[in-house]
Design a protein around this ligand. Sequence first.
Ligand code: FAD
Ligand code: FES
Length: 251
Amino acid sequence: MKDYLATIVKNEQIAENIYEITFDVGEEVNVRAGQFGEISVGGTHLLRRPIAICKVEKNLVTYCYQLKGAGTRELATMGAGTRLNVLMPLGNGFFVEENEPKIALVAGGVGIFPIISVLREYAGKKQISAYVGFRNKGAVCGLDEFKKADKFVAVTDDGSFGEKMNSVQAFVADLKNGNRPDVVLACGPTPMLRALKKVVEEENLNCYVSLEERMGCGLGACVVCVCALTNGKNARVCKDGPVFNALDVVL
Ligand SMILES: Cc1cc2nc3c(=O)[nH]c(=O)nc-3n(C[C@H](O)[C@H](O)[C@H](O)COP(=O)(O)OP(=O)(O)OC[C@H]3O[C@@H](n4cnc5c(N)ncnc54)[C@H](O)[C@@H]3O)c2cc1C
Ligand code: FES
């Protein structure tokens, strides 16, 4: 992990309220799928913003972010050549065992971006089925990436692109058709992950989820980002996660 003074190469809108930003960090970086960076957006914003690392090509690192509050809105105004501090790679990331040849990826909302990094790491090495949910047609992005999956199902909340359902429902429909994975990797809003956890518990499936919590340091020191574990203890999402076994976390 290193604090890079990274130069923005491009920063453009790719869907409704979604931007893709690519940094040149000046050297080749080694990143595991599901790890994230803490981006300093400057100005009056002291806390950095945690964003999943979506793509890495040599010294170019790409993140995709949704406009949410003041920090991401400020980030969207920054053009090529602007230099920002980016602390990365952070967190544990996803890991797929050798004896898990079939992966199901289940993603919703901004959860699709860390899942794209999994796809880029494992496409061609594992048999991948991806179930991806968007709010509506305007929010659809990343299709070129998801086409790398052996099977790809895109759905929307309002049925304006693909069927009207969420990504967990799409996953369950395929599961009922006999497409049973060795491991499920997921990221998305907490209600989505909660629904998925119920399914994997009932079906006795191995499942890892990437969590989102508000963060401070991103390094395990400030304890802003704790989540509750099912064993009664707490864990730091930034350092012990963001990826956890679905059965280990309270959702
Ligand atoms: C590990 C991880 C990976 C993430 N990956 C992505 C991604 O790939 N794309 C994306 O669009 N978003 C992602 N998020 C959510 C993203 O961090 C927030 O949307 C963003 O920080 C909002 O900042 P803001 O200044 O626009 O919003 P504000 O609401 O103004 O932020 C105020 C403060 O709250 C924090 N905050 C607000 N919402 C969140 C949140 N949901 N999670 C964590 N901190 C939050 C901000 O970092 C900031 O410190 C991720 C979050 C985590 C924890
Ligand atoms: S953000 Fe500081 S401990 Fe996790």
